[in-house]
Design a protein around this ligand. Structure first.
Ligand SMILES: Cc1ncc(COP(=O)(O)O)c(C=O)c1O
Length: 440
């Protein structure tokens, strides 16, 4: 490939034209990145590729922040959605497809005896917390520092930090409120702990278990600093929560369908009481799901919401699950991820860089500054070379490879190919060369 730096002037002009009317010129504040004062605007996508306003082509590892597990415009999903559009887009009534989808999901997700559909990750986590409180009659929730569960007042606590000092004492971390406007009381019923530390959780459950409704966690920490669970940590958490009459909620908004068809709970063989799914469940259509044990799900809490069970989302989810159920899908992710990791490892040696590379299913983790597993968010924060990662992401975007800003998490799709990986490695080589020479 001719490796040429992209010109994105049209995106810049669009940003300037949009900001007088559109807040920050973007649809979500996550679209704003740390290295450019405008976001590159896209016109269309197909498979693993996205195309911007200037006509540049990108290999996309952002994949809409995760949902596009089948790539952009997957034929099977497009076909199902088009067929649904002919029949109607929103009924506020049960459908036969909704029953079929619910049944299929209870077959593939270990914790799912009963499911309920909503529209986003933020909403499903909100519902899961309410269910846990209703079922147990208790109000406190344990959550972990660095873990993101959505952007409601209670969810957006201790999701990130600039330094370990900001996190406070390890045994009693600060509860960090992230934006102006969040009620100061948002964190009153939360207990924040470091993740991957069984002793710390055990002590908390011993001391406060009678007040704690649930422990919520990403089973593999994907948001903020991506971190893998220590061997037997999840099994330990499961045993401890059971022993103390506390529910275990897995937030599988990212890991769901990406790590395995049955999510991280299938991948790690640990079954929570409640789990939440969104993102990849419907290939880019707004859809979310809470799944759990019958007696918890049926404890008498209404799941209201105008668009819940929307037939377009249901059609997309049915087609998505069918595609993902085909043989070989998850093995293919492993093959591609191995190729990418192998190539990047060679580059790390060439440029003498510490590069952390791991992959679980279709989730690929890449970060600079360390190469051994990190234990928790504090550990990650101390070791992660964020400026280096940001330079790398910016450089890759300049040459047509789109990565997640800051978080070190790349998503693969069923549409990615060996050629994509090869091209990505050529770009990575170029960008690392520029960084090492001080040109970036
Ligand atoms: C683990 C996790 N939970 C919940 C959410 C919130 O999902 P949504 O953005 O769909 O509201 C996210 C979003 O990134 C997430 O990563």
């Amino acid at each position: 490939m001719g490796i040429k730096k992209y010109n994105t002037d049209k995106s810049k002009a669009l940003h300037q034209a949009a900001t007088p009317y559109l807040l920050d010129g973007v649809g979500s504040s996550f679209h704003i990145n740390s290295y450019r004062d405008y976001a590159v605007a896209m016109t269309h996508g197909k498979g693993s590729k996205l195309y911007d306003l200037d006509g540049n082509e990108y290999i996309d590892y952002v994949l809409g922040f995760g949902p596009m597990l089948l790539g952009h415009c997957p034929d099977a999903v497009d076909k199902a959605v088009k067929a649904q559009l002919e029949k109607g887009t929103h009924f506020s009534a049960p459908t036969e497809d909704m029953r079929r989808l619910a049944k299929r999901l209870t077959e593939i997700i270990p914790s799912a005896e009963v499911v309920s559909f909503q529209n986003s990750g933020t909403e499903v986590v909100m519902f899961a917390l309410r269910l846990a409180r209703a079922y147990t009659g208790k109000y406190k929730i344990v959550k972990f520092e660095g873990q993101y569960h959505g952007w409601s007042d209670e969810e957006k606590i201790s999701i990130d930090a600039d330094s370990v000092a900001e996190l406070g004492e390890r045994a009693h971390p600060n509860k960090i409120i992230h934006t102006k406007g969040q009620r100061l009381s948002s964190a009153d019923d939360l207990i924040v702990l470091p993740w991957n530390d069984l002793a710390c959780l055990e002590k908390t459950l011993q001391e406060q278990g009678r007040e704690i409704a649930a422990v919520i966690m990403e089973p593999c920490m994907c948001d903020s600093g991506p971190i893998l669970p220590k061997p037997d940590y999840l099994k330990g958490v499961r045993a401890l929560t059971q022993a103390h009459g506390v529910l275990l909620i897995f937030d599988e908004v990212i890991t769901g369908f990406r790590m395995a068809l049955g999510g991280a709970q299938e991948y790690y063989g640990v079954t929570p009481d409640i789990s939440t799914f969104a993102k990849a469940i419907a290939s880019g259509y707004p859809m979310g799901m809470v799944a759990g044990k019958r007696e918890i799900m049926e404890c008498g809490i209404h799941a209201s919401g105008t668009f819940n069970g929307n037939p377009v989302g249901v059609a997309a989810a049915l087609a998505t699950v069918e595609e993902l159920s085909k043989p070989g899908v998850y093995q293919r992710f492993d093959t591609l991820a191995e190729q990418l990791a192998g190539g990047l490892r060679t580059l790390a040696e060439k440029y003498q860089l510490k590069l952390y590379l791991r992959h679980v299913g279709s989730i690929f983790i890449l970060y600079f500054g360390f190469d051994e597993d990190v234990d928790d968010f504090r550990d990650w924060l101390q070791k992660a070379d964020t400026p280096m990662y940001e330079k790398f992401v910016e450089g890759c975007e300049d040459y047509g490879v789109r990565l997640t800003d800051r978080r070190g998490r790349l998503y693969l799709s069923t549409a990615h190919t060996e050629e994509d990986i090869q091209r990505t490695l050529i770009v990575a080589d170029q960008v690392l060369d520029e960084i090492v020479k001080g040109e970036r």
